[in-house]
Ligand binder design. Structure first.
Ligand code: GRF
Length: 218
């Protein structure tokens, strides 16, 4: 039997990070496999892409539930029915309650398009440009109840160029996201990265670096 970690991906939309993870799992030496993709939006384009890649998918429409807890119970049931060991949120646009987050503590990853803890929440690229930062980027972290926080696994820095629009910056950061997420999941799935005292530490010596500067990140 394979000892690859069984991963469930949560999406709400186009699913480009999901696709990057699916592609990485095609390498037999990769430490994880995608066993299910779930979306809270039945119309999410990513569901179709996952189905075409031969991955079981399910839409669990949050609007059909009276409470967050009831929605999350079905989410956890679906994940556990598929034997999921690690969740990757990839553009999943629902806030999760403490009950769900604690159930999956240190087993749920998220990607955010900024160098956390800067620019949590929405409209990150617009806010980064407005703030005049010279470097932005993306972060993969373990999920905690507070939005866009939790132990950081890996980050990629991406330059903000003088004539950037939110769209052009988003595109450059997204390119880095597609490299960073598979890299971070491999660290966790292989057991090389673990949480100690709300920080991620690496088991390997010399320590692996979860840090990248985008132009050199190939
Ligand atoms: C990404 O920028 C991700 O960092 C953010 O939402 C976006 C999702 O894009 N959380 P996609 O669905 O993976 O293409």
């Amino acid at each position: 039997m394979s000892n690859r970690k069984r991963v469930g991906i949560l999406i709400s939309g186009r699913g480009s990070n999901m696709s990057a993870l699916i592609d990485s799992c095609k390498d037999p030496s990769y430490s994880a496999e995608i066993v299910t993709v779930l979306s809270n939006r039945p119309e999410a384009p990513g569901l179709q892409i996952a189905a075409e890649a031969g991955i079981p998918t399910k839409a669990i429409d949050h609007k059909a539930y009276e409470s967050r807890e009831a929605f999350e119970k079905d989410l956890t049931d679906a994940l556990e029915d598929s034997g999921v060991e690690i969740i990757c949120s990839a553009g999943f646009m629902r806030l999760l309650t403490e009950g769900f987050v604690e159930h999956w503590r240190n087993r749920q990853l998220n990607i955010h398009p900024s160098l956390l803890p800067a620019f949590k929440g929405l409209h990150t690229h617009e806010r980064a440009i407005q703030a005049g930062v010279r470097l932005s980027g993306c972060t993969v972290h373990f999920v905690r109840t507070e939005m866009d926080s939790g132990p950081i696994i890996a980050q990629a820095a991406v330059p903000v160029l003088p004539d950037d629009s939110p769209e052009s910056l988003a595109e450059r950061v997204l390119h880095a996201e597609h490299k960073l997420y598979p890299f971070a999941l491999e660290l966790v799935a292989s057991g090389k990265a673990r949480v100690e005292g709300e920080r991620v530490v690496f088991n390997e010596k010399p320590a692996i670096h979860g840090a990248y500067i985008a132009p050199y990140f190939t």
